[in-house]
Design a protein around this ligand. Sequence first.
Ligand SMILES: [Zn+2]
Length: 85
Amino acid sequence: MEREKKELSTIHERDIDKLLENTGIKNDFLAGKLHCKFCDEIVNRENVYSFLPESGAINVICDKPECVTELLSYVEEKKKKITEK
Ligand SMILES: [Zn+2]
């Protein structure tokens, strides 16, 4: 039985354009309407660190060291939950 497999992955710069197109958030991104999941700062091409696809939505993470750290522990936490099952 195929369990719902939600690969938790982060996406880096070279994939940004493709991802923006595919998810339909390109306009919001270009318009500066996307906020960092952790610090709520507006994320644009200058300060984007990563995208985190999650339950049908795309979270964006800025490149502040504390947000990057937070992202890493967040992803770890998620992984733990998945493997605990
Ligand atoms: Zn941030």
